[in-house]
Ligand binder design. Sequence first.
Ligand code: F6R
Length: 613
Amino acid sequence: MCGIVGYIGAQQAAPILLDGLSKLEYRGYDSAGVCVFSDTGFQVAKTKGRLAALCEMTENGTTITGTLGIGHTRWATHGAPSNENSHPHLSTNGKICVVHNGIIENYLVLKEFLLAHGKTFFSDTDTEVAANLLEYYYEQEGDLRAAACRAVQDLSGSYALGILCTDYPDSMLAIKKDSPLIFGFGKGENFIASDVPAILRYTREVVYLNDGDMVEFTANSVSFFDAQGNALHKTPEHITWEMSAAEKGGYPHFMMKEIHEQPKALRDTISPRIKDGRVVLNELTLSPDYLRGVRRIYIVACGSAYYVGCLGKYILEKTCRIPVEPILASEFRYSEPVLGDDTLVIIISQSGETADTLAALREANTLGARTLAIVNVVGSAISKAAHDVIYTWAGPEIAVATTKAYSTQLSVLYLIALYMGDILGTLSNEEYNTMLDALIRLPDRLSEILTEENLASIKAMADECKDHHDVFFIGRNLDSATCLEGSLKLKEIAYVHSEAYAAGELKHGPISLIENNTLVIAVAGVSTLFEKTMSNVKEVKARGAKVLGLTTVNFKEEIEKTVDRCLLVPQTHPLLQPSLNVVPLQIFSYYVALVRGCDVDKPRNLAKSVTVE
Ligand code: F6R
């Protein structure tokens, strides 16, 4: 989970590479580097630390001249973040230079082989193995593409590689397997990148490379090949979204911007799929007959996407009356799941490239289940590997902590619930219409939470709570799943230890951790269970906890009797309520992170796309 970018054209490459990397920092940000090819050969500049350090080192790229180059922003896997381990990496004789996103799984075996054949290594990375392997085959083949075709036969794992060779002063080669890579067509210039925002300033015409694809290009020509070196024809896709979607647009952080984009993201995801008062999922190839035969649904994902799956269990079981099991992708793949063609596996992923999720999806395909992916990134590996895909139209999500992707994933589950509930006859007309009506209005309800006044009062609560070290989130039913997400947000961006517990479960152990002034955040959005949750609140209050309660406006007076502070959200359809409840929790974590001086958009040790197992 690193970001790579490459440029060939008439302009100076380094500033373009640095600009591209600035749009890819969400993929990793512990070191950065560029290599530019000029008359004097390769000029490599790389350093540990944020991209800003590289910009300073190269005076924003102006100290490096040349019109062809590759760049990299790193999230360390093999070897600590250090200058030596930063990319780009050169081969032993300095003729080949590579940037790499992914993991070469058999790098140790290859390294031993290459050492035995006289190659030397200066870093702890797996990437240097790729550089030296290319050199090894280039010495035999005398042709870079032929060398790449042989090298990929030896490489196991995932890679998007940008490759330069001193014998090819006007061209670049890039290859891909299981890590994203796009090619961008310019006028008199061409690009490669891990993601569209890196090159959107320069071109909207792109090709998403498939696994095994190779691209060889100069400033004015491009050729695509498969892994065996056979020519391929590719048609460019036009990117329709605006650059502003990948910029902060006046907000101090991407996370705050993305929190505010949620109403629009929901509208964009929901509206096109509702026609004449019905949910229409034209993108699905699943027939009504197939859906009537589904006996079990798994929802497989990681992190926040998995927590959407936890909500999905309540939502789909209620609307479709089919057993639903949410399961972490990293567990699913090794659990020998019992699957067959009556099992629908729903895969959820913002990036569409999470390694565990992708592997679980492949396992489900192999075991004969039908797979349906809910994905945000168009053309991503997961979207391609699943039998069916429903895109969330959240737009690019840059902040490492997900907000709008989470919300849109949930909205797709509502669409599926309505669609399947209708086909299966498990929703009455009245239930269908009430839920659909609430779904259409959901973006407006969410906007009501994002007022200046609400933000200020959540900020005040965050200021008050900033010094708490251990926080408990408690809730019942749907709220218990919302708690998981609220707790993760606080952990990942504010570095505050927190636990999410089903409220009724506290007394079976964790209540012993509650002491004077322990912060408990109680989510009481399920109206039928409000009193039960309040009983649990009273139990923790009796042991000295400070309680922040979250509920719907109609329970204002009730909750104020029990908790120390309260957060209120509009009331909606019971199954849709989690969509609103999560929003104050996102904002709360944001402000706690801010007041604690954390880097909100780029939390330590994390990256946006987790392409390692
Ligand atoms: C948390 C967060 C992560 C992701 C998880 C899965 O804020 O963003 O927990 O949800 O890494 O990522 P995707 O959805 O890209 O598969």
